[in-house]
Design a protein around this ligand. Structure first.
Ligand code: G3P
Ligand code: MG
Length: 376
């Protein structure tokens, strides 16, 4: 496995200038706090679409009475599938505080920085939600979701006739939609990059089609060829959703794809995984948090690594020891890890292999601890 992770300073600056415009009518109130908070989403803030652990109340404590931001915080999730702007408004509605796109770092957010490499190439976006829309919003020009792409190829999925839920997209429909898809010629235009944006929905079909793309130089059904690039937004083996026990995540899909690809090809699959626990993602989070803090407090602080632009503490509140706590621990100070019992971790004491700095019941208790410690 190869890992290369990046999130452009330019991207952070672009988002922060939007944030600054939105808050331009507000006068800075006092000094900016010397600490910041990164919230994991699934298993900490939300579970199965509903707020958990007193999250609305906990977040409201970070805002002033008029709703403006008092304490710099972001969401640092390995999840995704919708543009950051949409996620921010969904979270705002659910949690009752105003959250801006800049405050949302999703697993796929670092894909933005691959724009210069794939801007005009045909790329395929995989996963639940709106994976193609996510990539189009990042600026990629020629994007097809795997649903759309598979529909161009008659018989690519020998099981499609048994999938009674697949009513909208099939080969016949796509053939008659030439207007919309006329600029795509999948028979001659090779796929240059495949992006697993969010948890794949139809694993069997997706593994089949990805093996076709990746084995045949981006042209399914043609001769074996050079493997196009493959990127995963995260590598979570499991995550906490509504069901009582953990659900298989993108890391599990990666294992399945890699194992099958390597069994039917002579050269091993190569890929890049982003997302926590990679320390680079924590660097990104630090930069974004600094932008949130500086824009809110009127400073001209940039993402440069100067002394004044450092936090004394950044709290990572997460539910997954292997992802959130391992990542924050590897990132080192100023990161301080807080493990909740509302998600993947359900133990009594601290996690054995990846112990957090402290363990609490839920996010409300975590925020209470932080505000007390910071004497606020
Ligand atoms: O699919 C979502 C999952 O992999 C993790 O989300 O918010 O716990 O990082 P989160
Ligand atoms: Mg989580």
């Amino acid at each position: 496995m190869r890992f290369r992770s990046c999130f452009g300073v330019s991207q952070v600056k672009a988002l922060s200038s939007r944030f600054r415009r939105l808050y331009s009518h507000l006068r800075p109130q006092g000094r900016r706090p010397s600490f910041g908070i990164a919230f994991d989403i699934d298993g900490v803030i939300i579970r199965g679409g509903n707020p958990i652990g007193g999250s609305p109340q906990a977040l409201s404590r970070l805002h002033a009475e008029d709703g403006t931001l008092k304490i710099p915080y972001i969401f640092l999730t390995n999840g995704g599938g919708v543009p950051e702007s949409k996620r921010a408004s969904e979270l705002s509605g659910l949690l009752g505080v105003q959250i801006l796109a800049l405050q949302v770092v999703q697993g796929h957010s670092p894909f933005r920085d691959l724009l210069s490499r794939f801007e005009n190439d045909l790329i395929v976006a995989v996963g639940k939600g709106e994976p193609a829309k996510v990539m189009l919003e990042y600026g990629f020009k020629k994007v097809l979701s795997i649903d759309e792409y598979a529909s161009f190829f008659k018989d690519i999925d020998p099981l499609s006739q048994y999938k009674t839920w697949r009513i909208n997209q099939n080969y016949e429909i796509m053939k008659n939609m030439n207007g919309l898809y006329s600029r795509y010629n999948v028979d001659s235009d090779a796929v240059k990059g495949t992006f697993i944006v969010s948890d794949p929905v139809d694993w069997g079909r997706d593994i089949q089609v990805l093996c076709d793309i990746l084995s045949c130089g981006g042209l399914p059904g043609k001769a074996k060829g050079h493997q196009p690039a493959l990127y995963f937004a995260s590598d979570d083996l499991e995550y906490q959703a509504a069901f009582p026990s953990e659900r298989l995540g993108m890391g599990a899909f990666r294992i399945a794809l890699e194992s099958i690809f390597n069994s039917v090809n002579s050269t091993p699959l190569w890929y890049t995984s982003f997302g926590k626990p990679n320390p680079y993602v924590f660097k990104i989070a630090e930069s974004v948090l600094m932008q949130v803090a500086s824009t809110r407090y009127g400073g001209q602080c940039t993402v440069d690594d100067t002394k004044e632009n450092k936090f004394s503490t950044i709290y990572m509140i997460g539910d997954n020891p292997m992802v959130d706590i391992k990542g924050a621990t590897k990132a080192g100070r100023p990161w301080f890890s807080i493990l909740t019992r509302t998600g993947v971790f359900k133990g009594k004491d601290n996690h054995q292999e990846y112990p957090a700095d402290i363990v609490v019941e839920n996010v409300d208790e975590a925020v209470e601890y932080i505000l007390k410690k910071e004497a606020l």
